[in-house]
Design a protein around this ligand. Structure first.
Ligand code: SF4
Length: 553
């Protein structure tokens, strides 16, 4: 085990905590030193959960090590069952406690509790957090389904549902505390399944009780939403209870369509109505893909395997990015990720060392990094735009608003999230959009616009000056917000022969320059019209704001 400032994953007992914290009526007793209760903060401060996780620590200290630490475990077990009255008890140990060899699981099993006791083997020196979560969920499900019969008709979802005169039903497996946008993904996938004609039987571990887990086989099939957490459980359920599993993770428009087809095939349903109701903005994406800030952007992707693989597909097939590098800290899924990297023609980075990731990002010089909160720090230091796509995350990645990653709405959210860091204040694509548009230009390119305007107010010969300059439209690098020339609107040139000439007071002119360049010309013309209509010959700041209020009504 490596001590480091940052880690992608904690030790496996943090994974066990994630399962306990996700569920109802489950409690985890953790044989761990006093300081381990720091982990509560992951749930209360980062994941913004309202209460402490259902975890009781033995909390041994240095002075306890000379005494009977096994008795400490037994006392904490008895107190926990008495106080919290869980439906099932998880028992595990943290890294340091492993060295004490007190065997807390065996101690709990010998205490005669009348609830299921699940003794967790969490090898802290060889495994990590996601494995710990996956193993805990798997052991819990196995323990609660032990000896249960395989339901009649299992294995053929369509026939079973028809025989029982109901809609097909599925379990959503994998969402957990500290997962990436799990809460909203479940809502989105549930809506999607409903339009397809499939009911969600139960969601687990998030929000489930042990009694709910015992009902898992009643569903016709399982949907493995987060393979890092639920893959081994889904494979076991398929083998033991003949429950087929849906393998596609619906992140991105293409993957969501594939997901709809896979579920429809399994459940014997027509996918067309669900696809027809899809509120995808793909056509809009496609138009944006042609804009200067998306096509061919060089992107580096790192995170858990599921989100990285989904992001790579979206980036390449839906946004027109060029994936120049990718990797994962999920060693259990290294094979799949290597295969994808080979397909793309890049080398997969399989590591849990953030310094190795930083070195790869620095070497590749991508224009966008899609990663975890670690890559957010790395990208910030290197001055590269970044969007977070995967755990581990920080508090801002548990937004109060609805922000799924899955389904068609999830793809819309992802598009916004990835594109915003690239826009750098709008100017690049606005210049492109408005470069030919005389309505929104002034200065060199605005002469025709002013000519039109002048003609409207009775100045027929004002068109010629500056018309030649209009041939040169500004390019993306010609100006930036706040830079006056060359696309800055020129003030009207008051001459004695020009009866409509207006004089801008210096303060008003200064205020006008605060308006973004691409609407400044229009603001100038509107203000001058407003002033002329009122017989004014000078424009002050007050005139500018009165005009603004007038046109804003
Ligand atoms: S037991 Fe492990 S996780 Fe807990 S404080 Fe010690 S090293 Fe850290």
């Amino acid at each position: 085990m490596e001590l480091t400032v940052w880690t992608y994953e904690g030790p496996p007992h943090i994974g066990a905590m994630r399962i306990a914290a996700s569920m109802e009526a489950v409690h985890l007793v953790l044989h761990a030193p006093l300081g381990d209760s720091y982990a509560d903060l992951l749930f209360t401060m980062i994941a913004r959960s309202a209460g402490r996780p259902p975890v009781s620590y033995t909390g041994f200290q240095a002075r306890d090590l000379g005494g009977d630490t096994a008795q400490l475990v037994k006392t904490r077990l008895a107190e926990t069952v008495e106080r919290f009255k869980p439906q099932a008890l998880l028992v595990g140990e943290a890294c340091t406690a492993e060295l004490l060899q007190d065997q807390p699981g065996a101690l709990a099993e010998g205490m005669g509790f009348d609830i299921p006791v699940i003794s967790l083997e969490l090898p802290a020196f060889t495994r990590k957090e996601a494995w710990g979560a996956s193993e805990t969920f798997h052991q819990l499900v196995r323990s609660l389904l032990n000896g249960r019969p395989v339901p009649q008709g299992a294995g053929d979802p369509s026939a079973r549902a028809k025989a029982e005169g109901r809609r097909p039903r599925a379990n959503l497996l994998g969402p957990t505390a500290l997962g990436f946008r799990c809460r909203d993904d479940v809502i989105e996938v549930t809506k999607l399944l409903d339009t397809l004609g499939v009911d969600v039987h139960l969601v687990a571990p998030a929000g489930a009780t042990p009694a709910d887990l015992a009902r898992i086989p009643e569903a016709d099939f399982n949907i493995c939403l987060y393979p890092e957490i639920a893959h081994s459980t889904c494979v076991w359920l398929e083998r033991m209870f003949k429950q087929p599993r849906v393998r596609t993770v619906p992140i991105g428009v293409g993957a969501t369509r594939d997901f709809v087809f896979e579920v429809a095939r399994l459940a014997g349903l027509d996918p067309a109505p669900a696809l027809a109701q899809a509120r995808t903005r793909l056509p809009w994406f496609s138009r944006s893909v042609d804009s200067t800030y998306l096509t061919g952007k060089r992107v580096f992707i790192f995170g858990d395997a599921t989100h990285v693989m989904a992001a790579a597909r979206m980036a390449r097939e839906e946004l027109g990015f060029d994936v120049v590098g990718l990797g994962t800290y999920s060693r259990e899924f290294a094979r799949e990720l290597r295969a994808l990297a080979e397909d793309i023609g890049v080398e997969a980075l399989i590591t849990d060392d953030y310094l190795a990731v930083e070195a790869r990002v620095a070497e590749l010089h991508p224009e966008l990094v899609l990663g975890t909160q670690m890559e957010r720090h790395i990208a910030k230091r290197l001055g590269i735009p970044c969007a977070v796509i995967s755990s581990p995350v920080h508090v801002q990645d548990f937004p109060a608003r609805y922000a799924p990653q899955m389904g068609f709405e999830g793809a819309n959210v992802i598009f916004d999230t990835w594109v915003h860091p690239l826009m750098m204040g709008l100017e690049e694509h606005l210049i492109t959009m408005f470069r030919e548009d005389v309505e929104f230009n002034d200065g060199e390119v605005a002469a025709p616009a002013r000519a039109v305007q002048s003609a409207e107010v009775g100045e027929p010969d004002a068109a010629a000056p500056g018309a030649a300059a209009a041939a040169k439209a500004p390019g993306p690098n010609d100006s930036a917000p706040g830079d006056p020339a060359p696309s800055d609107p020129a003030p009207s040139d008051p001459t004695p022969s020009d009866p409509t000439a207006l004089r801008w007071e210096p303060d008003a002119e200064k205020e006008l320059r605060k308006i973004p360049f691409f609407v400044r010309g229009k603001a100038r013309r509107n203000t001058e019209n407003f002033a002329r209509e009122r017989g004014l010959t000078e424009i002050s700041i007050d005139t500018l704001y009165e005009a603004k209020a007038h046109f804003g009504r």
